[in-house]
Design a binder for this molecule. Structure first.
Ligand SMILES: NC(=O)c1ccc[n+]([C@@H]2O[C@H](COP(=O)([O-])OP(=O)(O)OC[C@H]3O[C@@H](n4cnc5c(N)ncnc54)[C@H](O)[C@@H]3O)[C@@H](O)[C@H]2O)c1
Length: 409
């Protein structure tokens, strides 16, 4: 048992969800600041959370409960590719509902489709229940936001916090009939979480390249998407000695890459130069039709979220799987695949973000608490937000979290 597992088991063995006060001072600081005036500001609220279910989820859930939410009123749908069984066990023992699955029904379809269906079913269940209370949603990629659009009866009592840029962009583009607090694009999330994600992503890239026999020597790496994640990841991989070429559809991001001393190219040229393609965009980049037109094989790596960057899901069948130590046919994130057709591209980690490919949690819980603390602050802000639409995370919350996190590190 490694240290993180021991921590989680310890948390489960003692009362409560974890060791909020002793190990998670940033989350604790947020909780204290919002419960100063009202002891249980979230009493009577239901929570629907779509989240990476890891050990750092425990202090966030514990904080919600300390703020008044009953554990039985929390429904947490963990992303299958990032769920830690030990953390799920602790939450289940506390009475939290965990309807998600840790495997896919069918790896040959998009994971977004599968998790979208689970979340939609939960939202429909809530709508059917004729329950009159209010709903706090902690969303990832606007998966719950999309499902809620089909239930106008829930809109007036729903308050949302969004964790990802992809979800925030969706929320900015459609009319939102409920308040959405945009944690994703808060400055503090970008500059405190960004380096943590990039480091964990670089570790995942190194690992999959090694497993795919590309670990030694200098490679031509094409990084598409020079945003919060891509920019930092590119710097780390360039420091490893690789030739990194950037493509971004945004002129400002492209200029930033050049300013950082990296070469940039349009996508067709980059695809001809690169041996490895790393998608850091949050949107579908290359489908099968585009891939089979390329002159030589690429290693395809997702440096973003879910299995979005390379929509080649039908290739995730046992016959296309590369040999591995894992016996998990319905967990495509544990396998690498070769794509059918004239150009044998390799799809690393089933097209899922490679920072979750490693066995251990990609970012230790005490550091990833910064994101959990931001979501907690977003939750407190969301429940008091009356106006539908997208709301920036309050500066005061950002300053408090930054200060507490800096003290920790
Ligand atoms: N796996 C994780 O742990 C983790 C953590 C944080 C963020 N993410 C995900 O990483 C992705 C990127 O996040 P970010 O914060 O860097 O976003 P960002 O918005 O800062 O950067 C995305 C960049 O991609 C560019 N882009 C978008 N579409 C493009 C296209 N078709 N071609 C070329 N460039 C394109 C944009 O111009 C932008 O510069 C998101 O999907 C996010 O949800 C994953």
């Amino acid at each position: 048992m490694n240290e993180a597992e021991a921590d989680i088991r310890h948390a489960g063995a003692t009362s409560g969800f974890g060791r909020l006060d002793t190990s998670f001072p940033v989350v604790t600081a947020v909780l204290a600041s919002y419960t100063e005036r009202a002891a249980a500001p979230l009493r009577g609220w239901r929570v629907l959370a779509v989240q990476h279910l890891q050990s750092s989820t425990l202090p966030l859930m514990e904080a919600l409960c300390r703020a008044g939410v009953a554990p039985g009123d929390i429904t947490l749908i963990g992303k299958a590719y990032s769920t830690r069984a030990e953390a799920a066990e602790v939450l289940r023992a506390q009475g939290v509902r965990l309807p998600g699955s840790v495997e896919m029904d069918d790896p040959a379809v998009s994971y977004e489709t599968e998790i979208g269906a689970v979340v939609a079913a939960e939202v429909a269940r809530m709508a059917r229940n004729r329950w009159a209370g209010r709903l706090l949603v902690l969303d990832e990629g606007a998966i719950a936001g999309r499902a809620l659009l089909g239930h106008p009866d829930l809109w007036r009592r729903t308050h949302v916090v969004e964790q990802t840029t992809r979800g925030a962009r969706w929320a900015a583009a459609v009319p939102r009939p409920f308040p959405v607090v945009d944690v994703a694009r808060s400055e503090v999330k970008q500059h405190l979480e960004g380096p943590l994600i990039a480091e964990s992503m670089a570790a995942g890239v190194r690992r999959v390249l090694h497993e795919l026999g590309q670990g030694a020597g200098t490679l031509s790496l094409g990084v598409v998407g020079y945003g919060t994640v891509g920019r930092r990841l590119a710097a780390l991989l360039a420091a490893d000695g690789h030739r990194v070429v950037i493509h971004d559809s945004d002129a400002v991001a492209t200029a930033a890459a050049r300013g950082d001393g990296l070469s940039t190219d349009d996508l067709p040229k980059l695809l001809h130069r690169a041996q490895v393609l790393i998608g850091c965009t949050g949107v579908p980049l290359l489908d099968r039709t585009a891939l089979i037109r390329l002159p030589r094989p690429l290693v395809l790596i997702n440096g973003a979220s879910s299995d979005i960057e390379f929509p080649v899901w039908t290739e995730r069948v046992p016959s296309r799987r590369l040999p591995s130590d894992h016996d998990s046919p319905r967990a495509p994130w544990r396998h690498h695949y070769t794509l059918a057709g004239p150009v044998p591209h390799m799809l690393a980690a089933g097209g899922f973000p490679v920072n979750f490919y490693c066995q251990d949690e990609p970012i230790p819980a005490p550091r990833f608490q910064v994101t959990r603390a931001l979501m907690l602050a977003g939750a407190f802000q969301a429940v008091s937000q009356r106006t539908p639409g997208l709301h920036r995370l309050a500066d005061s919350a950002q300053i408090m979290i930054e200060t507490a996190f800096r003290e920790l590190t």
